[in-house]
Design a protein around this ligand. Structure first.
Ligand code: NAP
Length: 516
């Protein structure tokens, strides 16, 4: 029988009293550990976090809480090797892909520790200047931001068990808001281990951080008016969260990151073999293969001028053909597995549905796997599809296949390309490739309305740009419409979600005493 991982709730380690769900190695098929939270006293867990954790965090200044984040960074760095081992075993990722999750999470925490330190020894944040409410400056309005007096519940997706926790926990803890994380079951082990290391190190106040792994049943029912919930996952579950009474009737703030049909766009003046063309090809291949395409920001639709469609198909296909797929423990493997066989089946089903609207341009599925048994491993080579009639291929604009799959689409002119990009109905990110700075800037502004981030790649930033799919803490992560309407990160903007803005109307003397 595999180990049953404990939950950390109400300030103590507690195992569920059910049989648990087994987490597996998606490459070897081995059972690894089990998670379960049956029988946990959820009201007690939430009250402990809200009351004990919240009070302890709010008693500190932003600088003191920033120091907590810095201490968490040290703990995680000390155990980094074990996180890579868990990622290899439970997520089937090669080292570079595990780094995106593990080191990406640690980097984000470190960044918020620095930003938080710069906020200083204050407990309240000033929001703009005081403005007079009458003719004379004798009675004024001063907006301020105070930490919300609730708990932050994170319901996370399977693809980022490390980063998905810390990119949210960093701004929450810095804001003075305790965190309860419910990781996706398939990859809950890494989240649980990181929380365990931080708790065991004793660097956070009691109640500041809890982990509940297993079923999500009953979690949303615990939420009270000043709590917040961050959800990352499918559009379907997002609908369940949005319509839950906590959100619908108790005004619990919800940040939703759902699925997204991100695009890459090669501008009309780019010719075959130009720098912009080559940069697009390189980025598309990277996005299709990093974490086997299981990134919410991955490029799903590639928009190119009709004149370069065939050459783009050939160039992307040629590079994809060089990607070795299989057991991530083998040093020669570039792309590991999908997260589970269930996910592999979901991708196969999605591909079959897209197949009705597209042509096969490159099929990496036929290639032999390295060091992995195709009957067991959830590995799959990359697939490039194409649709010569981009308008008619409606499924390509509607259906996210969460794996190493993308579709090449030709466009007539820039207006057509922008219209196709907007057909994603709101996405996390789009990237633009070209050399004409004015045309790129204009396209960026036009696409900003339907994208949380616009990533522009010109030849001069070929070596320095941060990557289409890389979520940097300095930039906003989240998109409108079907991407969920959420907004995370973006520097200190992330703190807004965990604060209440209030306008204090008072005399200059009272406002001066606020200590802002
Ligand atoms: P999912 O089924 O919606 O699961 C996401 C999370 O919700 C998991 O923790 C899951 O727990 C939990 N959950 C499931 N049913 C629930 C319910 N009724 N009430 C409350 N929580 C519930 O999503 P998935 O298919 O695993 O994740 C893949 C999707 O996530 C993709 O579509 C991808 O686009 C999206 N994603 C988006 C982003 C982003 O930032 N926008 C990032 C990563 C992934 P269990 O695991 O225990 O079922």
């Amino acid at each position: 029988m595999t180990e049953l991982l404990a939950n950390f709730a109400a300030g103590r380690w507690q195992t569920g009293n059910g049989p648990g769900t087994v987490l597996s190695d998606p490459v070897l098929g081995d059972a690894l550990v089990r998670v379960d939270c049956t029988g946990l006293d959820l009201p007690e867990a939430f009250a402990f976090a809200r009351d004990r954790g919240g009070a302890a965090l709010r008693a500190m200044s932003y600088r003191e809480r920033a120091a907590l984040l810095a201490a968490v960074v040290k703990v995680l760095q000390a155990h980094r090797g074990s996180y890579y081992d868990i990622a290899t075993a439970n997520s089937g990722t090669v080292k570079n892909d595990s780094a995106v999750d593990i080191d990406g999470g640690i980097f984000t925490l470190g960044q918020y520790a620095r930003w938080g330190d710069a906020l200083g020894d204050v407990r309240v944040l000033r929001d703009g200047d005081a403005v007079k409410l009458g003719k004379e400056p004798v009675f004024l309005s001063q907006h301020l931001q105070v930490p919300t007096r609730g708990v932050a519940l994170f319901i996370n997706a399977f693809n980022f068990p490390a980063w998905g926790l810390w990119e949210k926990a960093a701004p929450a803890l810095l804001s003075g808001v305790p965190v309860i994380v419910k990781p996706a079951t398939a990859t809950a082990w890494l989240t649980q281990r990181m929380v365990k290391d931080v708790i065991d190190a004793g660097v956070l106040p009691a109640g500041a951080l809890s982990v509940i792994a297993g079923s999500s049943a009953g979690l949303m029912d615990q939420l009270q008016p000043f709590d917040v919930v961050s959800f990352t996952g499918s559009a379907e579950t997002a609908g369940v969260i949005r319509s839950h009474p906590a959100v619908a009737h108790r005004s619990v703030r919800a940040n939703i990151e759902a699925d997204s049909l991100n695009s890459a766009l090669l501008l009309p003046d780019a010719t075959v073999g130009s720098d912009a063309f080559n940069l697009l090809v390189r980025e598309v291949v990277r996005e299709m293969t990093v974490k086997s395409g299981q990134k919410c920001t991955a490029i799903r639709r590639i928009l190119v001028p009709a004149a370069v469609y065939d050459a783009a198909a050939e160039a992307i296909g040629a590079k994809l053909a060089g990607i070795s797929v299989g057991n991530p423990r083998n040093e020669s493997v570039r792309m590991g597995s999908l997260v589970s066989t269930a996910q592999l089946h979901a991708v196969r089903e999605g591909l079959a549905a897209l197949g009705a609207h597209t042509d096969m341009l490159h099929d990496g599925r036929a290639r032999p796997l390295v060091d992995a048994d195709p009957a067991v491993a959830a590995c799959m080579g990359p697939v490039l599809l194409g649709a010569r009639d981009a308008d008619a291929a409606s499924a390509v604009h509607d259906m996210e296949v969460f794996g190493p799959v993308a579709t090449l689409l030709p466009y007539r002119d820039l207006d057509h390309a922008l219209a196709l990009s907007h057909r994603g109905q709101g996405s996390l990110v789009t990237s633009l490739f070209g050399a004409d700075e004015a045309a790129l800037a204009d396209a960026a502004v036009q696409l900003a309305a339907s994208h949380g981030r616009v990533h522009v790649v010109t030849p001069d930033v070929a070596q320095t740009h941060t990557g289409h799919g890389n979520v940097m803490p300095m930039s906003q992560h989240g998109g409108p419409g079907r991407a969920g309407g959420g907004a995370e990160l973006g520097g200190l903007r992330a703190l807004d979600f965990y604060h209440q803005r209030s306008a204090v109307q008072a005399s200059p003397g009272v406002l001066a005493s606020l200590g802002l």
